[in-house]
Write a protein that binds this ligand. Sequence first.
Ligand code: PLP
Length: 448
Amino acid sequence: MEKVNRPKIVVEPPGPKARAFIERDHKVSSPSLTRTAPLVGVEEEGVWVKDIDGNIFLDFGSGIAVTNVGHKHPRVVQAIKEQSDKLIFVNSCDFYTVPQVELMERLCELTPGDFPKRVFMCNSGTEAVEAALKISQWHTRNFYVIGFIGGFHGRTMGSLQLTTTSVAARRHFKGMMQGVFHVPYAYCYRCPFKLEYPSCGLWCVGYIEDILLKKVIPPDDLACLVVEPIQGAGGYIVPPDEYLPALAKLCRDNNIIFVADEVQTGFCRTGRWFACEHWNVEPDIITLSKAIAAGLPCGATVCRAELMDWEQGAHENTLGGNPVVCKAALAVLDIMEQEKLDKNAERVGGYLIRRFEELAEKHEIIGDVRGKGMMIGIEFVKNRKTKEPATDLRNAVLTESFKRGLILLGAGQCALRLAPPLVLTQEQADVGLEIFEEALKKVEKEHM
Ligand SMILES: Cc1ncc(COP(=O)(O)O)c(C=O)c1O
């Protein structure tokens, strides 16, 4: 792909070729897909994505926090080529492969907690969460689970019951796993209890302890508690610093398995290898996927060894731990380590957050800027005082940015989630900010 240092728009997207393919797609694809923007990608490199009409976009989404090492990193490509020349598949239910063992060992070392661990390999985030639920149920022989409002954990019938980002994902699916108690998350900008932090005394944790566990469900009937350290699809919501440690303590005190869903926050996204590290929390189970293999289907459930005590045949899958995928994942881990992507996420992400905060001072429609590393949420409001959600303005900024060559993604009711590839430089960040501000001004002019 040709080298660029800013987006190149040769025809307003979607151009004629993109429109033709989108028409073909719409005839055969499932209408359930959300589709953020009319992008038909054909080439990629680093932080850039080229569409079928020759437009080149700056990517501030990474396919929802997947291409953390940058699009088509040469070392990932090399790992895929070399492994597929040797061995593409061995069924890991029945046999063994070298890349899978190496990857599981690395994941045990890298994830928080200096204790023996075991890993279950699969193909996606939702499967990683399903495995966490099943491990917890098998180990405790309990059925009930605590989940969080606004949480996103997948779309299969177990993880879907934990997913409460919108009713659209849940409507009519009556066969969902039952037995999940949903509690409010620490969404301080719009506190579900209408309290203020810190005078609230973290009532969102107190509520679980004082109300749920005392009046609704005794802790010894629970299989686990599943939480995102920073809510992803819910709107890139960063809880206060005491929140995750308080949840971990609550689980420890009540003998509840603590599951951290790091599918979106993992692999250097937040400026640490795993978001739990910001708060020195060591979960019993961590679910992983997305960035783990730079876009190849891969998921992993990393678990305290003594909790993964299920019997042979209790849980398996056919394609999980595929050797090509595991080799790509091992390359991802090497790149992250050697290119110090956690540090770059913290440095350039911190710069982006400061610059977005400056924009928020000038632009009333930005109600809140929050984030850690390169996981940044920007929430749009009609009115700063009433905080009336401005979904239409959020969508308009997204569309205007896209037309100018900047890929953004939505999250929650009225937020944008910024998750650029972690190789983003400060100069590239400035280009994105410039386009974003241009789009913002256009939307304000037209809508206000
Ligand atoms: C935190 C979290 N968990 C689980 C999932 C589900 O992952 P997948 O779409 O790979 O099933 C997602 C997907 O966005 C996620 O963000």
